[in-house]
Design a protein around this ligand. Structure first.
Ligand SMILES: [Zn+2]
Ligand SMILES: [Zn+2]
Length: 140
């Protein structure tokens, strides 16, 4: 069955509808930290064809963060929205979604655990899930 998720930025200029999330995971890498202003980011990945930009602003603005990926944000309110890869993947930050109460959406792994300060790691069991950074490596 298709899972349709909606969300957007703080001001509503950027809105999205995204279908069938894969690889729900948290990441504490330095790029995610700077991009979100948070020590840990949570992500869902989608096939690029499965993300539709519905808001008045259309696609978010982008900042090139590596050879393979750009970080996406709202040019009006500055909210971090996601990462748009050169390959056919779009990753969206969990905080922008309207409703994530479905337990099936909980993170499966945590990337770059060691980049978070130890006092932060001690606050959440999520860090015990282990570091399976393969997909996340591609996002650097
Ligand atoms: Zn906005
Ligand atoms: Zn990261």
């Amino acid at each position: 069955m298709q899972k349709v998720l909606t969300g957007g930025c703080l001001c509503g200029n950027i809105r999205f509808e995204a279908v069938n999330p894969v690889n729900p995971h948290t990441c504490s890498c330095g790029i995610c930290q700077k991009h979100t202003g948070s020590l840990t980011a949570m992500w869902f990945e989608f096939s690029a064809n499965d993300v539709k930009w519905m808001g008045e602003g259309g696609e978010p603005a982008k900042f090139r963060s590596s050879d393979d990926s750009s970080r996406a944000f709202c040019p009006c309110c500055g909210s971090s929205v996601g990462a748009i890869d050169e390959m056919a993947t779009i990753a969206l930050l969990a905080g922008g979604f309207d409703d994530l109460h479905d337990p099936a959406l909980s993170p499966e792994y945590h990337s770059f655990v060691e980049m978070a300060p130890s006092w932060w790691r001690s606050l959440s069991d999520d860090f015990q899930r282990g570091d399976e950074s393969e997909q996340a490596m591609e996002r650097q």
